[in-house]
Design a protein around this ligand. Structure first.
Ligand code: CMP
Length: 230
């Protein structure tokens, strides 16, 4: 086994959809994955283009987003490593459903359609893991659609803050929003940067959150309470 292949195995193992593969299967898989390092700001995928590569994000963060013809942006999701994207076109042969942009420098492993089928043959549970992720992302998208249809921009900004801070609390034990600008929070909430900043400073005045430099520390109980009263 070459050194590069050996280095790839722990990266592959860390990607949740491959968690069930044994070391032997990971070794076989590692011989047909590609490796890429891309700088922050790179468009990794562009909406409407054709492609049949699955990307495994092994370090960094990407943004999945849509841009309107007049340049407005709606962020569908932020994905942190370890994660994957690009499975939709690979599975349904339709063009890419969204842009995927590197928010930080990223490291990626790539797998093409025939190699994914080989991987599924090695471990059929992989197909179920892919479906489980799709299903979870569809649920998140339904929730977002509900927010856009039934709630105003202030409510949506608070919901985004609550979701990001809750995810940080669950993974790192601290309800802190780090690495997101007000513009980025606005693109997830489907509103303007000005509205996002106004809501954040109002919540700071009410001591629902505190801004410390580029970090926002959220009082999850108060924010949940505040959302229920909206
Ligand atoms: P694909 O359509 O091939 O290319 C764009 C990718 O963005 C898509 O596959 C998914 O992997 C990812 N994607 C699209 N919509 C969402 C979403 N709502 N949440 C997370 N990821 C998404």
């Amino acid at each position: 086994m070459g050194t590069v292949t050996k280095d790839i195995i722990p990266k592959l193992r860390a990607v949740p959809i491959f968690a069930d593969l044994g070391t032997g299967d990971l070794e076989s898989l590692s011989s047909f994955v590609g490796y890429k390092q891309l700088p922050k700001g790179t468009f990794i995928l562009t909406q409407h283009e054709r492609g049949s590569t699955l990307y495994l994000l092994v370090s960094g963060r990407v943004k999945v987003s849509l841009t309107s013809p007049d340049g407005k942006e709606l962020a569908l999701n932020y994905l942190d490593s370890p994660s994957h994207f690009g499975e939709m076109s690979l599975v349904d042969s339709e063009p890419r459903s969204a842009d995927v942009i590197a928010c930080t420098d990223v490291e990626l492993l790539t797998l093409d359609a025939k190699d994914l089928s080989r991987a599924v043959q090695l471990q059929p549970r992989l197909a179920l893991s892919l479906i489980a992720t799709l299903s979870r992302r569809l649920r998140q998208t339904i929730e977002r659609l509900q927010e856009l249809a039934f709630h105003d921009a202030t409510h949506r900004v608070m919901r985004v803050l609550l979701n990001i801070a809750t995810a940080a609390y669950e993974t790192r034990g601290v309800p802190v929003i780090a690495g997101f600008t007000h513009y980025e929070i606005a693109t997830v909430a489907g509103t303007s940067r000005e509205t996002a900043s106004r809501v954040i400073s109002q919540l700071a005045k009410e001591q629902v959150l505190a801004t410390r430099g580029r970090r926002i520390v959220v009082d999850l109980v108060r924010l949940r309470d505040r959302l229920e009263r909206e």
